[in-house]
Write a protein that binds this ligand. Structure first.
Ligand code: C2E
Ligand code: MG
Ligand code: MG
Length: 271
């Protein structure tokens, strides 16, 4: 991110008021089971629309939110909003869906994340298994004992845990055995060239096999093409998420898909 100090400050000030002024919203991107093209879940992705800055991409504002600590109140809002939406979907009879929420390292380490998650589940009366928390690999690398304790407490609540952007951190694989993780999300940088680059193909294959050996679900991120999908299917990857199936969508846009339970792109192109 190449923001000048001024731009950064301007963004931080605007972000400070974003919650209060109702400028934040969540979009949801479908996650699809490859064997059936059934819609398994959605990932909640933060969107920020500011009257002056316009639509700011998370890649630009999440780092600012993290460095300024604003990610703490924002992350709490995301958690509450995603749980409220999960409740609304349940009320509409959609009850097999998992809603995944990204949790930043700061939010995980500096706040009572277990208490916050418990409170959000209680407030919206959603079954804990409907909520998945996406943690990054780098988070697991430091203070492993504290992180392990928190993860165990979160698991005890009944929520699912996944490792986002898997393969991009430089961590020891031994934590995978120890940490109560349910699934790995293969980083989209590996998926991008999987059909053409033998090294990326080897990495993706290895992650799928690792997941199988450790009995973890594996989901591929950033699937955009039929050839990427074909590769993932052949390797037995469990599920996928990406523009090939659907972009992140507003609640209104995604509701038709959710009612149908099947992602059209996947059915159409199913092998
Ligand atoms: P992420 O959690 O790895 O989310 C996946 C990103 O990949 C999303 O970008 C999504 O729009 C994008 N994506 C999905 N399918 C495709 C595809 O087929 N091709 C390509 N090129 N991209 C695809 P987005 O929404 O811009 O979010 C970027 C990152 O910002 C997220 O990466 C996550 O790390 C962070 N983020 C987003 N929302 C939140 C949030 O509520 N809390 C926190 N802490 N971080 C968030
Ligand atoms: Mg994510
Ligand atoms: Mg990711």
């Amino acid at each position: 991110m190449n923001l000048s100090a001024i731009d950064r400050l301007r963004m931080e000030n605007a972000l400070r008021q974003a919650l209060e002024f109702g400028e934040l919203s969540l979009h949801y991107q479908p996650q699809v089971e490859l064997a059936t093209t059934r819609l398994l879940g959605v990932e909640a992705l933060l969107r920020w629309n500011n009257p002056v800055l316009g639509n700011v991409s998370p890649a630009r504002f999440i780092p600012v939110a993290e460095e300024s600590g604003l990610i703490v109140p924002i992350g709490e809002w995301v958690l509450g909003e995603a749980c409220a939406q999960a409740r609304r979907w349940r009320d509409e009879g959609i009850d097999t869906l998992t809603v995944a929420v990204n949790i930043s390292a700061l939010q995980f380490r500096r706040t009572d994340i277990v208490g916050k998650v418990r409170a959000a589940l209680d407030r919206h009366a959603i079954p804990p298994g409907m909520l998945e928390l996406e943690l990054t690999e780098s988070l697991l690398m430091h203070n492993a004992e504290d992180v392990l304790r928190t993860m165990n407490d979160l698991k005890a609540l009944g929520v699912k845990l996944s490792i986002d952007d898997f393969g991009t951190g430089y961590s020891s694989l031994s934590y995978l055995k120890r940490f109560p993780v349910d699934r790995l999300k293969i980083d989209r940088s590996f998926v991008h060239d999987v059909a053409d680059d033998p090294d990326d193909a080897a990495i993706v294959r290895a992650i799928v096999q690792l997941g199988r050996s450790l009995k973890l679900d594996v989901i591929a991120e950033g699937v955009e093409t039929q050839s990427q999908l074909d590769f993932l299917r052949t390797e037995g990857c469990h599920s996928a998420q990406g523009f090939y199936f659907a972009r992140p969508m507003s609640v209104t846009e995604i509701s038709t898909l959710l009612q149908a339970g099947i992602v059209a792109g996947g059915t159409q192109h199913a092998a």
